[in-house]
Structures are given as structure tokens and as C-alpha cells.
Design a protein around this ligand. Structure first.
Ligand SMILES: Cc1ncc(COP(=O)(O)O)c(C=O)c1O
Length: 464
């Protein structure tokens, strides 16, 4: 059989030996990371200098004094000041298999031997086609009618591409519906969708978006009626003008609020009757519920028209039904992703599908149950300090200090100093959220993190 030169290179025994050697070295060095550790005294001053310089260069200090050293071990990461922390926010949902994961390092080593660092719309390698096929096969496995996959390098760009093909198909409809508290990205266009006035301060209005209240688990029936009434009144005010409604099935930045199947179906039925496209933004939910796609968790396959994904997928993408196929020229970008991101994405999607992450008793569900149980116990011990848990799957959150945003901010910074990286979310940023790196954590890690959370809560509560 004729083999390409590339295949001969990739199967060269020297490559296998070199890879094995590098992975062995990684294992030895990361093996010395055993738990949370404070900064090394000698590295404190130079680290502080780098932080200050970085703040000047980027015209604003970093949110956390985080500069990684380049090594970690699962959920533990070493910073350049020698400290080691639990990363339970994973770059806001990206490092889902932890730090220095050998499977991903091996994928990156394989990618490093390919001819290009980046791939783009003009020139892509075999692995791009394979990844697109994998994502589509997985999305269609339970019946969704998605036919195409278009890559991009950010969740916002995946959403921009989604809106372009939808407006193109639905023209002259030019308005959108979205949920109160939604987050869709930060481009000029998407900052009009994202429901936070501060994120569009000073920007020209470019898109007309009308909002619908999200599901309220305390009043399910009432919240369905409220959302339906709002949709109907928007449709009556602008007949024929709505191109799409954007759904986050679990509000992410909005506070880790899961929706509900009956709620979604009620809305989706009305949208379908009115020829309005259903766009599911799965940039944050992809891989984190009991199924690869949250629309599979909520069994919404028949309603899905366009889906976007990103973050833990490493490569972002827009999946869509046949009728949304773009005319030439409408979609393109120089980059589709880095070769290492494409290799890592393939490994992670395959690993999650075959590695027991999904299903009602899969790893995601079990991690959630354990974490939620620990949070409930914490709430029982300190009902004045926390309320929770909230979230779904590996998206998990609680509200500290009765929802005081300033104290929540103080708490997450104190938690960072104590060795756990989390972040905030919610309408007024008063909720603490974790994006659990499911490919790397054990129950013991969660227990240790919860110990640090409890100590820090008590410390912050007692501080003047
Ligand atoms: C639901 C959702 N959509 C879109 C985005 C934008 O993704 P990116 O930051 O990669 O542009 C985010 C990012 O947090 C998100 O959570």
C-alpha cells in the first residue's frame, strides 16, 4: 500500500520513543506536585514585578494574580511564583481534563509534528474533517437533524457565524429573542445580546434584541406562563420580524440556573409555529451535563436548528441544519483552530463519549451529586454563610453571604490566596461558581477543596 510521507513520519519508531521519553519526564516532574502549596519566598518579588508589568501592558490588572508556570497535575496547577492551587474554574471552562494531562500532552506532541501550527478555512488537514465528523455524529446520535459543522476560534465567533446564517436564511426578519440574564459573547454584535449593560457601555446598538424571563424552579408553571406571555407580546408587537431565539439551556454567566424541558418545549413550539429559528448556545454547557450536548440532556433534538459550542471543546463550532447552509462568502475566517487544539478536541470528545462521563450515573452526574452533597452539608453547618447548591452536572455554584456582591468578590480572592480558583456569576455577580475539571478530579479533590472553601468562608465572615 502506498503511504504518504506524513504517515511514514508519524509512525517512525523514533517519534514513538521521543514521545515516550517526554511523557516519562512529565510524569516524574508532575509527580512532585502533591497538593496546595504557598508561593516560594524567593519568587514572590519577581512574580509581583511580572504581574505589574502585565497589568501595564494590557491596560488593566489581571482579575487574579495568576500566571501559570506551565505544569500541573490534574486539577492542581503550579503558578510561576511556585505556588500550587486547585483549579476549579479551569480557565472558565476550558481545561476540563486538568493541567498537564498526559493524554492531551500526547495529543499536542502529535500535533507538534504536523506541518502547520494553525489550520484555517483555506488549508485544513485530515484531523479537521475527522473532528467535524465526530461532533456531527455525536450531535445526531439521538436524532437531531444537524447536517453541517463550521469551526471557529471563539464561542463568540461561533455565535456570530450562527447569527449570520440565521439572518441570511430568515431575511428580512432582523430581530432576536433571548433570555433575561443571558451571555452570548463580547463582540460588537453579541454585546447587544448579552444581557449586561456594562458590557455594551459606549457601543453603538447594532442588533434589536427583546428579552424573555428564564425558568424559575420555585414557580415552574407560573414561569412558563410568564415566558410564553412575554414571547407572545413581542411577536404581536413585531410580527414577522424575529429571526431567532437564542437559548442557553443552563444560564451560565447568569448564575448556573438550569432550565426545564417543559419550559423549553412550550417556548419552542410557539417559535416553530412562527417560523423562528431555535439557536442553542452550548458554549458553556457542552460536555458538562449528563450528555455531550445539553439539548440531549433535555431531549430537545427535534427542535434544534443551530447549535454552537466552545470552551472545553478547545475548538469552537457552529452546527446547523441543511437549510442554513451559507451562500459562498458569508462565512470564513483565517483560522479554524490550532493543530494542537484540534488534536486535543478529538481526544477529549472521544474520551468523554467512551469514558463513562454521561448518563444518569455517569461521572458528570456522580461528581455533581458528591459536590452538591458537600455544599448542602456546608449550608447545614453555616446557614448564615451560604445558600445552595445550584447548577447542573459539572457546573456547580453557591451563594455566599446572602448574595452580597462585594463580600463574594472578597471571598473568591481570599479563596484564590488559600489555594482554590473559582469565579463569580449571577446577575449582580454575587454567586460563586465552579467549572469542575471532570476529566481530572476525584471525590477526594472535591472534599479537600470544600475544606478550603469552608475555612475561607469563616475567615471572610469574621474579617472586619
Ligand atoms: C454561553 C456562552 N456563550 C458564548 C460565550 C463566548 O465564548 P468566548 O468567550 O469563547 O467568545 C460564553 C463565554 O463565556 C458563554 O458562556
Amino acid at each position: 500500500m502506498v503511504d504518504s510521507l506524513a504517515r511514514q513520519l508519524f509512525s517512525d519508531p523514533r517519534v514513538a520513543r521521543a514521545k515516550a521519553l517526554m511523557l516519562e519526564a512529565l510524569k516524574d516532574h508532575q509527580g512532585r506536585i502533591s497538593g496546595v502549596k504557598p508561593p516560594d519566598q524567593a519568587l514572590r518579588a519577581p512574580y509581583e514585578e511580572v504581574l505589574q508589568e502585565f497589568g501595564r501592558i494590557r491596560a488593566g490588572n489581571l482579575f487574579y494574580p495568576y500566571i501559570g508556570s506551565g505544569i500541573g497535575r490534574g486539577p492542581l496547577v503550579e503558578l510561576a511564583d511556585g505556588s500550587v492551587k486547585y483549579d476549579f474554574i479551569s480557565g472558565i471552562g476550558v481545561h476540563h481534563w486538568g493541567h498537564s494531562n498526559p493524554v492531551l500532552v500526547e495529543a499536542a506532541l502529535d500535533a507538534a509534528l504536523r506541518d502547520t501550527i494553525m489550520q484555517g478555512n483555506l488549508q485544513q488537514n485530515l484531523e479537521s474533517t475527522e473532528l467535524a465528523r465526530m461532533l456531527l455524529d455525536a450531535a445526531r446520535a439521538t436524532g437531531a437533524g444537524l447536517k453541517h459543522c463550521f469551526f471557529s476560534t471563539s464561542g463568540a465567533m461561533a455565535n456570530e457565524n450562527a447569527l449570520k446564517i440565521i439572518f441570511n436564511e430568515r431575511a428580512p426578519a432582523d430581530r432576536l429573542l433571548a433570555f433575561d440574564g443571558c451571555f452570548a459573547g463580547r463582540t460588537l454584535g453579541l454585546s447587544q445580546v448579552t444581557d449586561r449593560p456594562a458590557y455594551r457601555a459606549g457601543l453603538p446598538a447594532m442588533l434589536a434584541v427583546d428579552y424573555v424571563p428564564f425558568f424559575d424552579p420555585e414557580q415552574p408553571g407560573e414561569s412558563i406562563r410568564a415566558a410564553m406571555n412575554r414571547v407572545k407580546s413581542h411577536l404581536a408587537r413585531y410580527p414577522g420580524r424575529y429571526a431567532a431565539m437564542i437559548f442557553e439551556l443552563v444560564l451560565g454567566e447568569g448564575g448556573f440556573l438550569p432550565g426545564d424541558r417543559a419550559f423549553f418545549i412550550s417556548l419552542m413550539e410557539v417559535l416553530k409555529e412562527n417560523n423562528i429559528t431555535i439557536l442553542l448556545d452550548e458554549v458553556q454547557t457542552f460536555g458538562r451535563t449528563t450528555q455531550l450536548f445539553a439539548f440531549q440532556h433535555f431531549q430537545l433534538e427535534e427542535y434544534v436548528d443551530v447549535v454552537t459550542l466552545g470552551k472545553l471543546s478547545q475548538v469552537c463550532a457552529t452546527l446547523f441544519r441543511a437549510e442554513y447552509a451559507p451562500p459562498p462568502g458569508l462565512l470564513s475566517q483565517t483560522f479554524t483552530g490550532s493543530t494542537s487544539a484540534i488534536f486535543a478536541s478529538r481526544a477529549m470528545v472521544k474520551g468523554m463519549l467512551e469514558g463513562g462521563f454521561f448518563g444518569s450515573d455517569g461521572k458528570n452526574a456522580r461528581l455533581h451529586q458528591h459536590f452538591a452533597k458537600r455544599l448542602s452539608e456546608l449550608e447545614e453547618r453555616h446557614p448564615d454563610l451560604i445558600e445552595g447548591p445550584f447548577g447542573l452536572g459539572t457546573m456547580i455554584a453557591f451563594t455566599p453571604f446572602g448574595g452580597d456582591p462585594a463580600k463574594t468578590n472578597r471571598f473568591i480572592h481570599a479563596l484564590f490566596d488559600a489555594g482554590v480558583i473559582a469565579f463569580y456569576c449571577g446577575a449582580d455577580l454575587s454567586r460563586v461558581r465552579f467549572l469542575v475539571p471532570a476529566g481530572a478530579v476525584t471525590f477526594d479533590h472535591i472534599d479537600e477543596v470544600m475544606g478550603i472553601v469552608e475555612e475561607t468562608l469563616i475567615g471572610v465572615a469574621a474579617a472586619p
